[in-house]
Design a protein around this ligand. Structure first.
Ligand code: COA
Length: 237
């Protein structure tokens, strides 16, 4: 069976590595903060279940179905969020990415930096030719992250997602291995003040911000510094 290779991903400020049993304490802290969206989707809130999930549940299928990565700020050693890869289609060589950042670490470019780095890994080292993601059409922050990381908006899946507050339209974005994409060049750590998030959902917790359906500006805010390496050969079998 196909599976993702062992990830070793490093970006300007972040180490992106797989969650391990030693990270249970961090996860407990994040759950206590009430931001489960900064943990892999599906993590239980109960401490005992959380421990079991970290010990075995997360890795029950190896890396065939998913890779769960912690976003660690190298300078501070602090976990700022989580990013994962899911739903691989090994025939098509596509995979979905999801991400979440701790509340007090938002609007500092972490999600964009992590998304760009994980997409690069997928498209150059992991045998994937199409990385994609979806966000509620009213999740302005997530849509902005996808745009800044060079993902292109493909369209809207109408009422395709469900949250505690009901059905949502989903904006679908993708990045292909031969798409030109921005090389991430964070313009310093910055914090911008926005209206507070109105709601949180479970699957990397899309927030209900004031919405916009504007077409993506590929690379907006970042200098385009080259494109991806040529596509890797198709995986055998
Ligand atoms: C979406 C999320 C991951 C973004 O993380 P982040 O580290 O803050 O993202 P970045 O700092 O890289 O970029 C966020 C962008 O959205 C903008 N933004 C943030 N909050 C916003 C808001 N309420 N309204 C409009 N724009 C907003 C930021 O200004 C920034 O854009 P800019 O660089 O053009 O100014 C984070 O808000 C989060 O964890 N949300 C809950 C989980 C979630 O929605 N995950 C995505 C599911 S698809």
């Amino acid at each position: 069976m196909d599976s993702f290779p062992s990830p070793s991903i490093r970006s300007d400020r972040l180490d992106l590595r797989e969650f391990g049993a030693d990270d249970l304490g961090l996860a407990v802290e994040v759950v206590a903060e009430g931001v489960p969206e900064a943990l892999p989707p599906g993590v239980p809130a109960d401490r005992d279940e959380l421990a079991a999930w970290f010990a075995t549940g997360m890795y029950s299928t190896g890396r065939a179905d998913a890779v769960h990565l912690i976003m660690l700020d190298r300078a501070s050693g602090r976990m700022v969020g989580a990013i994962g890869v899911f739903h691989p289609d090994w025939q098509v060589r596509s995979a979905e990415i999801g991400y979440g950042v701790r509340t007090d670490a938002r609007s500092q470019g972490y999600a964009t930096e992590a998304l760009a780095a994980v997409a690069r890994w997928l498209l150059t080292e992991a045998g994937i030719q199409r990385a994609w993601l979806s966000a509620n059409t009213d999740n302005t922050a997530s849509i902005r992250v996808a745009q800044k990381a060079g993902f292109r908006r493909e369209g809207t899946l109408r009422r395709a997602g469900i949250e505690d507050d009901g059905l949502h339209d989903l904006a679908v974005f993708s990045l292909l291995d031969d798409d030109e994409r921005p090389e991430l060049r964070p313009e310093g750590t910055h914090r911008r003040d926005h209206a507070p998030m109105m709601a949180v959902r479970s699957r990397y917790g899309s927030s209900a911000d004031s919405g916009s359906e504007t077409a993506p500006e590929v690379g907006a805010g970042f200098g385009l510094r080259g494109s991806l390496s040529p596509a890797p050969p198709p995986r055998p079998g």
